[in-house]
Design a protein around this ligand. Structure first.
Ligand code: F6P
Length: 557
């Protein structure tokens, strides 16, 4: 693809962005009584309103032209056709196939992979049904009722986020834990609460080589053997989810206890595959499948809807507008739903690992800003922490506000209050409060004109802070699936516009390699180590400092 910033729509958008400095977002509503209707869309039971962004109808249509100029429609077709669009890893990208129940074929290297996907789903269903019935029996003869998913990145964040989101659907008497960090405190703290004879460890790793996961899995096995489990019991207490059969076997998990997935499923897109087994176990297989079907509804919309009425494409284009033309450096995801408390962390990987790139597909340097910094916390918590900066900071931050109209756990007027905040913040961010309004409010409180003059600059809200609202009736498994698919396709569409490969993650490699080199330089507790060689001066000194402290066995042991 040629440099998108030299395209006609990009130039047009630059002109429109410059012109937009002369008006305020609210002016667009005043001039266009149907703006809220025109800038909102419903698909797969989700409702998106993007009207509070400073985008005119003209700019919107130029954005759609931009997507066309970047070849987004063709890119979607290439992805779902099984083409190896992940060119740096020579892989197809077919997470949509994992949640397609239509009977379509998905051909990779001349083979239709749909039957393999369906077979693995059946295996997951049978296993989950057995767990639900209490049919998985531990070494003491009692049924297994606790699962521990050991994985990291996509092998942790997706299932963890979904299990938390689907809390109202948890099976009675079942518990799910997630261990990801190589910090032994994560595993150690988790194991404290567990009965080994009732626990199933799920080792989840696409590659089955990830340092954190393999270390945690080995330690979990050692703990299990130290707590009464025997080698012969490993088979019923340890299962694996992976693409790497050989490594799973070498770890000691029997092939029948392995659930597979494939290279065409990226780690951060893997919760729909065997990696989602913990969701099916904690909530029941039917709930897992309902989530897949919700995602599928969004996929069908993404494939078929014209770009001007295509929810993921619109969300992507609004993001491109804010990032590339309005100068937003960061994007906040703010779910007004406690059960979505891990959604921002999940989306951080999805978005930042996918589009945090400086090289385009051709190897050239990206000619424009690519993926923004993504962060977030559930509302209303964030309001009492970092919203200050979004309202009055020197950087423009765009934000998605997400909420369900009905709560799964209605309690007094909690949900009404939650929704009032969900609505008030975007309104405040858009409208702001100018100096005249501030002075008038202060005067009404009896503050002198002098004092008001001193206070006013601190109380002014610039407004025009762009936000999207994403609404659904209730956070059902289907709504969750659609929501996650919406973000997956948004990220893909943005990658297509920026011309980057959204499906590799070479940027994680360098740190991993250096950590392997440093590992033998860290002194075992109570032992001395010679000063390390190589490294920069800072790292060398830090290693020396750590090793000096570790040489003494005093303190926590
Ligand atoms: O280091 C990044 C990464 O490769 C992610 O992309 C991936 O989700 C995570 O590590 C875990 O990888 P695996 O599932 O192979 O253990």
């Amino acid at each position: 693809m040629s440099d998108i910033t030299t395209s006609k729509p990009w130039r047009r958008l630059e002109t429109l962005a410059a012109a937009s400095r002369k008006f305020r977002t609210i002016d667009l509503f005043d001039a266009d009584p149907d703006r809220a209707g025109a800038f909102s869309i419903e698909a797969a039971a989700l409702y998106l309103d993007w009207s509070k962004n400073k985008i005119s109808r003209e700019a919107m249509s130029a954005l759609v032209d931009l997507a066309r100029a970047a070849g987004l429609e063709a890119a979607i077709a290439r992805m779902v056709s099984g083409e190896k669009i992940n060119t740096t890893e020579n892989r197809a990208v077919l997470h949509v196939a994992l949640r397609d129940f239509s009977g379509r074929s998905y051909v990779v290297d001349g083979v239709d992979v749909a039957p393999q996907i369906a077979a693995e789903r059946r295996k997951m269903r049978d296993f989950a049904d057995k767990y639900e019935r209490g049919g998985l029996i531990g070494f003491s003869g009692a049924p297994i009722d606790t699962i521990v998913n050991i994985g990291i990145g996509g092998s942790d964040l997706g299932p963890l986020m979904a299990v938390e989101a689907l809390r109202p659907y948890w099976l009675g008497g079942r518990r799910a834990f997630f261990v990801s960090n190589v910090d032994g405190q994560h595993l150690g703290d988790t194991l404290e609460a567990l009965d080994p004879s009732r626990t199933l460890f799920i080792v989840a790793s696409k590659t089955f080589t990830t340092q954190e996961t393999m270390t945690n899995a080995e330690s979990a096995r050692a703990w299990f053997l130290g707590k009464g489990g025997k080698e012969r019991d490993i088979a019923r207490h340890f299962i694996a989810l992976s693409t790497n059969e050989r490594a799973v076997r070498a770890f000691g998990v029997a092939p029948e206890n392995m659930f597979v997935f494939w290279d065409f499923v990226g780690g951060r897109y893997s919760l729909w595959s065997a990696i989602g087994l913990s969701i099916a176990l904690q909530c029941g297989y039917a709930v897992f499948e309902a989530m897949l079907r919700g995602a599928c509804a969004m996929d069908e919309h993404f494939r078929a809807a014209p770009l001007e009425a295509n929810m993921p494409a619109i969300l992507a284009l609004v993001g491109v507008w804010n990032r590339n033309f309005m100068g937003a450096a960061a994007h906040a995801v703010l779910p007004y739903d406690q059960h979505l408390h891990r959604l921002p962390a999940f989306l951080q990987q999805l978005d930042m690992e996918s589009n945090g790139k400086s090289a385009t597909l051709s190897g050239a340097r990206a000619p424009c800003a690519t993926g923004p910094v993504l962060f977030g916390e559930p509302g209303t918590n964030g309001q009492h922490a970092f919203y200050q900066l979004i309202h009055q900071g020197t950087d423009l931050i765009s934000a998605d506000f997400i909420a369900a109209a009905k709560s799964a756990t209605p309690l007094g007027d909690h949900h009404e209050k939650l929704l009032a905040n969900f609505l008030a913040q975007p309104e405040a961010l858009m409208l702001g409060k100018d100096e005249a309004q501030v002075r008038a409010a202060l005067a009404a409180e009896g503050v002198s004109a002098d004092a008001a003059g001193r206070l006013a600059p601190h109380k002014v809200f610039p407004g025009d802070r762009p936000t999207n609202a994403i609404l659904f009736e209730r956070l059902t498994p289907g709504a969750l699936g659609a929501l996650v698919a919406l973000y997956e396709h948004k990220v893909f569409a943005q990658g297509a516009i920026w011309g980057v490969n959204s499906f590799d993650q070479w940027g994680v490699e360098l740190g991993k390699t250096l950590a392997m080199k440093i590992l033998p330089e860290i002194a075992p507790l109570g032992q001395a180590k010679p000063p390390p060689e190589g490294h920069d001066g800072s790292t060398r000194r830090l290693i020396e400092r750590i090793n000096a402290w570790r040489a003494s066995k005093e303190g926590w042991l």
